[in-house]
Design a protein around this ligand. Structure first.
Ligand code: ATP
Length: 306
């Protein structure tokens, strides 16, 4: 019986591997056949990053011409500083990060990095200069080591582990029996939204780009996870030009400037304490989030009493 079982088991494994490979190839063709939204201009030059200053000049954008999303934005992220974008859902915050990464071209105005219009440089050089930590990180059906090394293929195992430590995900990985060789995804380790985001942070640490764009996950995180991500981000944002699209105001209290976006326009701007003192939209968002957090904590305490 065992003699029969082993080859059958092996054939089953081969079948599953082939099926997965076919699914991966189908996904790849679906991506490749999509018409690119942006193309390199003839004679586009590589981006020359010096200090890493990002400027939005009267930036306008619409996915659908009938419905403008950004209606003339002006702001600068000075080299090495952190600017946070906050605002109600649908205000256009994530759109700003997509435009900087040039997934779409602006409909009006321009975006400059160290004085160069991002439409005049090659997309490869632009994307090499920006570390993007998206809301939802795509992970490959491979080991966790492979998934982190994606940030820089020539990184050594020691560098991969160092990056994971900075992203505060190293202890979690080591708790798994196969450690860094654990398979991720359907066949292995399942990662939560917060853990995936820390893998993305580890990739960015390896990539070490001059500019960092973080699009915070919308999903509510427990306060321990939030604290860990916060620590990881502070380390990776140090001395980098950072644009943070924030959904939880508690994570951006220390930003050099906070921009409050409302219906595609800048409604308020300033530091956390300036905006609180102004008593406007930011202050009311802050108070609402604090009340929601306190209510959650009270519920958790009641749960502990049971
Ligand atoms: P949230 O806080 O909910 O993430 P946001 O401020 O980041 O919201 P965006 O994701 O920038 O908002 O979206 C702004 C508006 O653009 C929304 O009304 C959204 O429905 C619309 N939108 C976003 N992506 C697309 C798209 N690919 N095509 C058409 N409309 C889109």
């Amino acid at each position: 019986m065992i003699q029969l079982y082993q080859p059958l088991n092996f054939m089953g494994m081969v079948y599953r591997e082939i099926k997965q490979a076919i699914i991966d190839i189908e996904k790849m063709f679906a991506v490749l056949s999509r018409k690119p939204e942006v193309e390199d201009r003839a004679g586009a030059k590589p981006l020359a990053v010096e200090a890493g200053t990002v400027r939005f000049e009267d930036v306008k954008f619409a996915y659908d011409p009938a419905r403008p999303i950004l209606k003339g934005l002006n702001f600068e992220v000075p080299a090495g500083k952190t600017v946070a974008i906050v605002g109600p859902s649908g205000a256009g915050k994530s759109t700003i990060s997509r435009l900087l990464f040039r997934l779409y071209d602006v409909s009006g105005g321009r975006i400059l990095i160290d004085g160069q219009d991002i439409r005049s440089v090659t997309q490869t050089s632009l994307r090499a200069a920006i570390g993007m930590v998206p809301q939802d990180t795509v992970l490959f059906n491979d080991t966790i080591r492979y998934n982190i090394r994606y940030g820089r293929w020539d990184a050594t195992d020691a560098e991969v582990e160092e990056a994971a430590k900075t992203a505060q995900i190293d202890a979690f990985i080591k708790a798994s029996p196969k450690g860094y060789d654990t398979e991720v995804g359907e066949r292995g380790l399942k990662l939560s939204g917060g853990e995936k985001q820390r893998v993305a942070i580890a990739r960015t640490v390896l990539k070490a780009p001059p500019i960092l764009v973080l699009d915070e996950a919308t999903s509510a995180l427990d306060s321990h996870t939030e604290h860990e991500i916060q620590g990881a981000l502070e380390r990776v944002a140090q001395n980098r030009t950072s644009l943070v699209i924030a959904h939880r105001l508690s994570t951006i209290v220390g930003a050099d400037e906070i921009i409050v976006l409302d219906q595609g326009r800048i409604a308020e701007r300033g530091t956390h304490s300036q905006l609180l003192a102004a008593g406007g939209l930011y202050a009311s968002m802050w108070n609402r989030q604090r009340e929601a957090e306190e209510a959650r904590e009270r519920l958790a305490l009641i749960g502990d009493d049971d």
